[in-house]
Design a protein around this ligand. Structure first.
Ligand SMILES: NC(=O)c1ccc[n+]([C@@H]2O[C@H](COP(=O)([O-])OP(=O)(O)OC[C@H]3O[C@@H](n4cnc5c(N)ncnc54)[C@H](OP(=O)(O)O)[C@@H]3O)[C@@H](O)[C@H]2O)c1
Length: 282
């Protein structure tokens, strides 16, 4: 890599940020496309976020990604928001155009693209989604934007389910349920698509979300977890003959859309996916 006086600077704001795979993925994309740019991690504490955002303008950083815990707060600090970022109240990408900052949310569109590339269109589908955290908001919004007929939202903390359900129902047909025995099973049996947006399945010894034996072979089962590549939910679904999709595609495509927003160029999705696969799975 040759850094000169003309090299553009991009990066990611997070706290912590050490675990982020975005520097690897975006650097690979810039290099592959011959773009004279670097992409670096910025560990920005919540107290320093306001100054950090001002710093983007002051230092002429061309764009940043934003990760936990800053996605919500950044919305208040930029000049404009995209429709998706405004609806979700969460920004994961900022573009700096001559000192004017626009916040975008590429998680939702990234999720949809990851399904489309696997040949799954959500239009008219009955979907069961587990979770009501930050990721669930973006994924649920994407499913409704993509035309899902109904979204059954199930979460352990029912109050959270109701809050997310209230927001998402502005976009489509949403029904909310607490995570209880039998409720999930009967909904899953009748679903076209099942999506896990909870963190259940990341760690060895995690509980099961529901009795996975009820999954039918024609159901598409999605888990936005990407490590491990096959969670117990996806393993069980695969054994039933289901099409399964993990979270790697969402991670790649949210980054690819950010790259496209910044550069106006088509992102080298395969290159981005390859570096992530190498880093995650060896
Ligand atoms: N592929 C991607 O690009 C991508 C992007 C973002 C996130 N993710 C993944 O998505 C997952 C969730 O992220 P997030 O940011 O939404 O986290 P979050 O805001 O902390 O939400 C966590 C969710 O998991 C549920 N949960 C946690 N432990 C549970 C348990 N033992 N039983 C039942 N439910 C449980 C929570 O339920 P309660 O409300 O009841 O606590 C909540 O719905 C993580 O695994 C993350 O790695 C992937």
């Amino acid at each position: 890599m040759k850094i000169t006086g003309k090299t553009s600077v991009y990066g990611i704001f997070g706290f912590p940020v050490k675990h982020s795979l975005s520097p690897l993925m975006q650097t690979a994309a810039f290099q592959h496309c011959g773009i004279d740019a670097v992409y670096v991690p910025f560990e920005v504490s919540p107290e320093a976020l306001k100054d950090g955002i001002k710093g983007i303008k002051a230092l002429n950083v061309k764009g940043i990604n934003v990760t936990v815990p800053h996605k919500e707060k950044v919305c208040e600090l930029v000049d404009y928001l995209s429709e998706d970022a405004e609806f979700l109240g969460a920004t994961n990408t900022v573009k700096n155009e001559n000192g004017v900052l626009t916040g975008y949310n590429t998680d939702a569109e990234g999720f949809l693209r990851s399904l489309l590339e696997e040949g799954t269109n959500v239009e008219g589908k009955k979907v069961v989604m587990f979770g009501a955290g930050g990721a669930a908001r973006a994924v649920g919004y994407a499913l409704l934007k993509g035309g899902a007929k109904v979204l059954h939202l199930i979460n352990r903390n029912f109050q959270r389910a109701k809050e997310v359900g209230e927001l998402l129902s502005k976009r489509g047909n949403v029904l909310v349920y607490p995570l209880k025995e039998n409720t999930a099973e009967s909904l899953v049996e009748d679903a076209d698509i099942v999506v896990n947006t909870t963190s259940v399945g990341m760690k060895e010894g995690d509980p099961k979300l529901f009795d996975y034996s009820v999954i039918k072979g024609e159901t598409v089962v999605v888990d936005i977890i990407y490590n491990p590549p096959l969670t117990p939910l996806l393993k069980a679904a695969k054994e039933k003959g289901c099409k399964v999709v993990n979270g790697l595609g969402m991670l790649v495509h949210q980054g690819a859309i950010a790259f496209e927003i910044w550069t106006g160029k088509k992102a080298p999705v395969d290159v981005m996916r390859k570096v992530l696969e190498e880093a995650l799975y060896g």
